[in-house]
Ligand binder design. Sequence first.
Ligand code: BGC
Length: 414
Amino acid sequence: MLMLLTSLTAHAESLQVLHWWKSASERKAVEFLQEKLDYESVSWRDAVVPSGSGVGASIVLRSRILAGNAPEVAQLNGVLISEWDSLGLLLDVDTVAAAAKWEQSLLPTVLTLVQPHGHFVAAPLGIHRINTLFYNRKLFKQHGLAVPQTWSEFERLALKLQSLGIAALAQSSEPWQVVSLFETLVLAEGGTEFYRDLFVLRKPGAFADMRLTRALQHLRDLKKWMARPLQERTWEEVSRQLVDGEAAMMVMGDWAKAELNLWGQLGDDSFACAAVPATANFHLYDIDTFAMLATPKSARTAQEKLAKVVMSNAVQAEYNQIKGSVPVLRNPDMTKMDSCARASWKLFASGVAAQVPSLAHRMATDEITKDAMIAEIHQYFLDDKVSTIETQRRLATIARTVTRPVTRPIARKK
Ligand code: BGC
């Protein structure tokens, strides 16, 4: 890392990039992009706010914008892209997008995300799959275990693992990690339509539904299978529990695959990926994206260079291999994908019927609603005294009362 950083040259053009990647594989992905940008004679000034799933990074970004001190580029995933475009906070990269034919080359859902109101205002990096079940292959082989396809199979397996003295699930009690697990349970319980009714459309009736009751109870019930002590661990620490055999399985976005690979745990050998039980036909997704901010001093040329770099076929293939995600392209280079990535890309590319936007990772709803819902679900998970029906009521109130964001473009900086 030191060698790479010192070899990067300072150029006349530079970009400050605000992001939240801090783990070893995330840093490697950043260094890869830095290097590619360096070839374009643009220096990457790193503004990292380390925080799993970007909780802290979003807060810092918002306060910097309010203080008139925005970075030129920010990791701005999900619904926020459209909202901030509406507020005139983003700059377009239409020229680059037209030259590289983004309209033709991007997968349709990604296209809508980065071109919310007719202008391209962000450069997409890769698609992560949240409903990934990692399992410790050595343990499974050693004890002749089968990967669970349903939650009943999971229960039987968990019992068997218990008799062997092994916890079934590695899990942190960190709020976003609890809700990442929870959203997979909602999907398993109610399918895509119900999931959308809750978290995208926020239909009041959906929050009183028995399917939500069951998903909440399921979340709490799973605590008995989780490795102890149940603490607020980082996702890297949770991944360690899986590798060390403290737990046999882990539900985590596929960024964990990149980390495990970097630790020398080869996919399909020491560990493997499957879909979370009862969600094999769904792709619960999260798309990493760099938004171009309209800063007082124009950095358009450098921002356009970054957008061009990020979307090249070769960078897409290599970056996503390092990061554990999959390319955002309709015709990506498949040669660098492992079995986990191939399955993810194929399912996502199969169309909207399979795609489900992650709540915890900002793809389903606005930031305030997401944060309020995460707080409720987290509290429910931690405290067995909180009633399920009361939690459903509170979630319904959040869905009903939190202000809906602006969806029409107001102004645009040129
Ligand atoms: C991001 C990933 C990141 C993960 C853990 C997700 O929200 O999309 O890129 O690796 O959080 O921080």
